[in-house]
Write a new protein. Structure first.
Length: 388
């Protein structure tokens, strides 16, 4: 079949999001895209099965539908379909499908913020991939494990696993997958404050995306470059990058990414002293994160709102947002995020002259920073304690 240009542009994105389709012929992937887009009588969209359909579906179909539910933010439905796929795979001794179902359950747990469960599932899936001898799948699992480490602030371990994944994909000349690893490495370097390395990684990823004809992903790298420019203090340049990033994310209906982009724009407004606009952006991020069940992003938005309200003198709102952020981060096991929240809450109490409360928060922050191995964070908290 002749594949229209606009459909061809979607094929690589679908292959990257669903690695099991990596080696499928273009015609097959195109047919799947067309089927997924075509409305059916009564407004039913293909591939969006309901719970009642699970018994009659194959394990592969359960995985496919689960992925679509996960991508659309319907995480409870996604979990039911992934668990059904895993059960069917175990019953038929299908190791490859067991591996994929377990991998996707781990990704779902990470999206929800259950990082300990996400890591356990990723390690289990890696063991299955190694038994299969599937190097591409091992590379995908290294990426998953690196992502788990990054989300809990264990950056050296994250870099180690992203580099392992990159080595496999470069050896296989898999440029789309290699581009994703450069994206991941750039994100970690950014979080570590290694801005030159972050920009270098983002540019390598962008060039690979352009080479593959993936203009959407190349455009999304604007967000990564914007974050680096922001940390360098080039706020207007960062804002321009974040707006371009948000435009692409909204056009592609990436709700999770849009929430992060709104938070990034809020940070720029805050840095420029436009607190009201910053609060508006943070509230948009919070609204999206709560709607799709993205607890880590919700906690981040609440933390940003708490700082903004504190700066504006709205103490009641600031305390409420700090405490809500801490509650989420403790529940999902985000120790590094909780440490930052306790530190910021301590700063607020200190500004109010409540030294006893401030000391309590700084002590909690210091202990958590030490647990996760953030030496600068622990030193900062210790200095704050000395200055009380």
């Amino acid at each position: 079949m002749a594949i229209p240009a606009e459909l061809k542009a979607m094929i690589e994105d679908v292959r990257r999001r669903y690695p099991r389709l990596k080696d499928a012929p273009e015609e097959v992937v195109a047919q799947l895209i067309l089927q997924a887009m075509a409305p059916q009588p009564g407004g039913v969209v293909p591939f969006m099965a309901e719970d009642a359909d699970i018994e009659r579906l194959s394990g592969e179909q359960c995985i496919r539908y689960g992925e679509q539910f996960m991508d659309s933010g319907q995480w409870q439905k996604a979990e039911r379909f992934f668990l059904a796929a895993l059960e069917k795979a175990e019953q038929s001794s299908d190791l490859e499908r067991q591996c994929w179902a377990t991998l996707l359950l781990g990704k779902l747990c990470r999206n929800r913020g259950d990082f300990s469960q996400a890591m356990a599932l990723s390690q289990r899936s890696l063991g299955l991939a190694e038994r299969l001898g599937d190097r591409h799948l091992v590379g995908v699992l290294y990426d998953e494990i690196g992502s788990n480490y990054r989300r809990v602030g264990q950056y050296p371990q994250a870099i180690e696993y992203f580099k392992k994944s990159l080595k496999i994909f470069e050896a296989k000349a898999d440029e789309p997958s290699a581009a994703i690893e450069y994206v991941n490495l750039g994100n970690v370097y950014l979080q570590q404050g290694e801005l030159d390395l972050a920009i270098e990684a983002a540019e390598k990823a962008r060039q690979l995306f352009i080479k593959e004809g993936d203009e959407v992903s190349a455009g999304k790298m604007m967000g990564n470059l914007g974050a680096a420019f922001f940390q360098q203090g080039h706020y207007k340049r960062a804002a321009d990058m974040f707006r371009k990033d948000l435009e692409i994310l909204l056009r592609s209906d990436d709700q999770q990414g849009a929430a992060v982009a709104y938070s990034n724009l809020g940070n720029v407004h805050f840095a420029l002293g436009d607190l009201e606009s910053g609060v508006q952006m943070y509230r948009k991020a919070l609204e999206i994160a709560e709607r799709i069940g993205d607890q880590p992003t919700a906690a981040s938005a609440l933390g940003n709102l708490a700082i903004a309200y504190g700066t504006m003198g709205d103490v009641a709102q600031a305390l409420d947002c700090h405490n809500r952020a801490i509650k989420i981060r403790e529940r999902i096991g985000d120790q590094h995020g909780a440490a930052n929240s306790y530190r910021n809450l301590g700063v607020l109490y200190q500004s109010l002259g409540e030294s006893t409360q401030a000391r309590s928060q700084f002590e909690k922050a210091k202990a958590l920073f030490e647990i996760v191995g953030d030496a600068p964070g622990a030193q900062n908290a210790a200095r704050a304690l000395r200055e009380l």
